[in-house]
Design a binder for this molecule. Structure first.
Ligand code: ADE
Ligand code: ZN
Length: 349
């Protein structure tokens, strides 16, 4: 899978417009990470929750992260304002309207139920609020959107299993399970039984691995958890045998460039390895991860990364194509989106 030269005639100055309008899928977005400071303050007021920050500006000013954990501490504090079904709906609807405006045609959205159930918010409240927004997006925005339930890896496997059982009455509302939160010291194999149970239930399987953790975590996500996609995975380039395996099996990598920059996985966006991942033949695509915290939504990720790395139209097409190929779509929907993508590039002036 090498990137194409078919679109070499599209001039560099047209790239921002090309990227903006390009049909694409987003497969790595934590819905709690789309909670903008303004909405955090609005919900805090609506629910009588007191925040440790006096203003939107003060909260935003605290978004200076040194690593994943320094971000997660603030991210979990922000999520504390979510109490009612309407709060989950409003958060997801705000993301979905922004995504639709960026021509995200399909989104697979992570949610962290344990962050909410631990505060006494019922599973039903979380899932019903999110589902009402994804259903509305299908009806009113003409995009598809699905939910993926993530286990928090800093908690125990028993708690993950319990969470999965609690979510089973709402089984038809989510398509898969994932694994997120603090990566270092919480290897994938800690969750072998939880993923095995999810597999028995016919759920899709994904896991964060190789964001801060070593290539070994990617191997074990594949071999022990049997995941279908790796979230992040950027550290795979440290292990040539692993790269060969990922290329051979066409394992998608849901890469998040602005997140990697903000969490100091790479010192600067110009050091990001997205171009190298594509050159190696890996099925990488671009995602926003936690857009309210990392400086932008999907198109910002595309335009900043293309600017920093000097990528062109061929890579744009490849990344968008990879996003649809990696999505958990049925064949007719996938083919419709891929045809839409090709028609967009063929007609682009
Ligand atoms: N939860 C939200 N964003 C995350 C990330 N980038 N890595 C791990 N867990 C997360
Ligand atoms: Zn993530």
């Amino acid at each position: 899978m090498t990137t194409t030269n078919r679109f070499a005639h599209i001039p560099r100055e047209r790239l921002p417009a090309l990227l903006q309008g390009m049909p694409k899928a987003e497969l790595h977005i934590h819905i709690e990470g789309s909670l903008e400071p303004e909405l955090i303050f609005k919900l805090a007021q609506r629910n009588g929750v007191s925040l440790g920050y006096p203003s939107v500006e003060a909260l935003r000013a605290a978004y200076a992260f040194t690593d994943l954990q320094s971000f997660l501490d603030i991210y979990y504090a922000g999520a504390s304002v979510l109490l009612k079904e309407a709060d989950f709906h409003d958060m997801a609807w705000a993301y979905l309207t922004k995504a639709a405006a960026e021509n995200v045609r399909h989104a697979e959205i992570f949610f962290d139920p344990q962050t909410h159930t631990a505060r006494g918010v019922p599973m039903e409240t979380v899932i019903k609020g999110l589902t009402s927004a994804t259903s509305k997006a299908r009806r009113e925005l003409g995009m598809s959107a699905e939910l993926i339930l993530c286990f928090l890896r800093h908690l125990s496997e028993d708690e993950a299993l319990e969470t999965l059982e609690q979510a089973l009455p709402y089984r038809e509302h989510f398509i898969g399970v994932g694994l997120d939160s603090s990566e270092r010291g919480h290897p994938p194999e800690k969750f072998e039984r939880a993923f095995s149970r999810a597999r028995e239930l016919g759920l899709h399987l994904v896991a964060h691995a190789g964001e801060e953790g070593p290539p070994e975590y990617i191997w074990n996500a594949l071999d022990v958890l049997k995941v279908e996609r790796i979230d992040h995975g950027v550290r795979c380039l440290e292990d040539p045998e692993l790269v060969a395996r990922l290329v051979r099996d066409e394992v998608p990598l849901t890469v998040c460039p602005l997140s990697n920059q903000k969490l100091c996985v790479f010192p600067d966006l110009r050091d990001h390895n997205l171009g190298k991942l594509l050159e190696a033949g890996l099925k990488a695509m671009v995602n926003s991860d936690d857009p309210a915290y990392f400086g932008g939504y999907l198109n910002q990720n595309f335009t900043d990364t293309f600017g920093a790395l000097g990528l062109g139209a061929g890579q744009a097409w490849q990344l968008a194509r990879n996003s649809f190929e990696a999505a958990f779509l049925d064949t007719p929907a996938r083919e419709r989106y891929l045809a839409e993508l090709d028609a967009y590039f063929e007609g682009f002036q």
